[in-house]
Design a protein around this ligand. Structure first.
Ligand SMILES: [Zn+2]
Length: 484
């Protein structure tokens, strides 16, 4: 498998980069302090499907530590496939280079996600480069095909990296508090060079609480609430003794001086295909065989025990953790097969991560529950466009203006039961968190009947998160049951 990939890669590489090999053909598309983005115009070519491949790269002034090999790289090259009509692209493969011509490692992107390109961004520039007709006499069909192809590659690469870098820079600028992660964990690897331009220190609370963290839903003492709660609520899976302390000392530091770490994302160089390689703790994302989300099909129709929902109206806190909008609540629970699970938080994905017989849904709410002995059960409520949803409106009314800062409405309450459809029949299977560390052993309970939210409500979430979805994972030999 590995070998085949390798071979395939090599072939691909040979084909794609042969005409331009070395470094001669790189054209700078954008340049700013710390990095420049380049495209290899000679690599642009059309593929059989009429899309355009192009090779692009991001060249950084200072090296970044590669989480996978612990080596350094300064150039990330990507072969991207562009759709000039729909203005989307996907990355086919990436190469990480220590320096010009010095390959550190290379990887093929197995699950290629079509990512829309927004105007004004660096990807947009690349797209324009890639999609404009090649000048000169050889603008014949064959020539432009080649050009387009290569082009695609380039853009993708770039785009991926751009996205990542942009994100990191933004994060740095926002002075997000540094998490335990960067400090406590990264110090053990050579990754902690303060030199890297991309500072992806990550304060993001995990979206689906990790099992063995004493996490999330619990409010920090009022004094700590405002600033440090995000760090606290990270359902980080790192058990290092004193993560909070570690966290504490860093928030004031400008991120630029923090250790470099590529944080996970939904696209780009730290996108889902890479999660398993970003750090050791995330390995399950790549190696697990009971991963989520899945396309739910062929469930065994049986009489499933109804889920007992004991959801109560409660105060709530809303946070934009950089991956989703999350709502933390107290005092609600479900009971199933004799086990009681406390509702810790719920959050949203757009579109829904899970599919049902191939069908996608506009959004999904994941309600994350944990039992006393740390088992996780996630109830998924599919959401589709329709009438306005009162509970969602209440949450949207309190959307935080800043990432990683809680909004804690002093008066408002939500009745989480409103989120549940009348028909509580469900699909169930064993899966994982859909975000790093992709921990397995999660009991998934996907309610069959979708709930509605209004197009306006959907649009609001889209402004924040257009596509925060992990791709569908292989089933391997798992069983799905469904209430008949
Ligand atoms: Zn989720």
């Amino acid at each position: 498998m590995m070998l085949r990939h390798r071979l395939h890669l090599l072939c691909l590489l040979a084909i794609v980069s042969a005409p331009t090999s070395a470094s001669g053909a790189w054209q700078t598309v954008s340049s700013e302090p710390g990095k420049r983005v380049e495209i290899d115009r000679g690599s642009i070519r059309k593929d059989d499907g009429g899309k355009t491949l192009a090779l692009g790269r991001v060249v950084l002034d200072k090296p970044i530590v590669d989480a996978k090999t612990a080596g350094n790289y300064r150039i990330v090259q990507a072969l991207n496939r562009y759709d000039c009509q729909t203005r989307t692209y996907s990355t086919v493969k990436r190469g990480y280079y220590k320096a010009e011509g010095e390959l550190l490692r290379e990887e093929e992107v197995r699950v290629q996600i079509e990512t829309p390109i927004r105007s004004g961004m660096i990807d947009d520039k690349l797209l324009r480069e890639v999609c404009r007709p090649k000048p000169g006499p050889e603008a014949g069909a064959a020539a432009s095909r080649t050009v387009d192809k290569v082009n695609e590659a380039a853009s993708e690469l770039r785009k991926a990296n751009e996205a990542l870098i942009q994100k990191e820079i933004k994060r740095a600028n926002m002075q997000t508090p540094v998490t335990e992660k960067s400090v406590a964990v990264e110090k053990s690897t050579p990754a902690s060079k303060p030199t890297a331009p991309v500072v992806s220190v990550v304060p993001t609370p995990v979206e689906e609480a990790a099992p063995h963290t004493p996490v999330t839903a619990h409010r920090p003492p009022p004094a700590a609430r405002k600033r440090s709660s995000p760090a606290r609520t990270h359902a980080r899976v790192n058990p290092p003794a004193n993560p909070v302390t570690a966290t504490r000392q860093s928030p004031e530091k400008p991120l630029v001086t923090s250790p470099a770490e590529i944080h996970w994302a939904y696209d780009g160089a730290a996108g889902p295909e890479q999660w398993g390689h970003l750090k050791a703790d995330y390995a399950t994302c790549a190696t697990g065989r009971r991963q989520s989300p899945i396309d739910i099909r062929d469930g065994l129709p049986v009489d499933l025990e109804p889920i007992q929902f004991t959801y109560r109206p409660s105060p709530f806190r809303v946070i934009d953790n950089g991956h989703t909008i999350q709502v933390n609540v107290d005092g609600s629970r479900i009971t199933l097969l004799g086990t009681s699970y406390e509702l810790i938080q719920f959050h949203f994905h757009r579109p829904a991560e899970e599919r049902v017989n191939g069908q996608t849904f506009d959004m999904v709410a994941h309600l994350v529950h944990r039992s006393e002995d740390g088992k996780l059960a996630v109830v998924a409520v599919l959401l589709e466009k329709g009438s306005e949803h009162p509970l969602i409106q209440t949450i949207w009314n309190h959307l935080p203006l800043e990432k990683n800062e809680y909004v804690t409405p002093p008066e408002a309450q939500i009745d989480i039961a409103q989120l549940l459809p009348a028909d509580r029949r469900y699909y169930t299977y064993m899966g994982s968190l859909t975000t790093p560390p992709c921990t397995e052993g999660v009991l998934w309970l996907v309610l069959k009947q979708p709930q509605q939210l209004s197009p306006e409500q959907l649009a609001i979430f889209s402004r924040l998160y257009r596509h925060n979805v992990r791709p569908i994972q292989p089933m391997f030999s798992r069983l799905i049951k469904e209430s008949r």
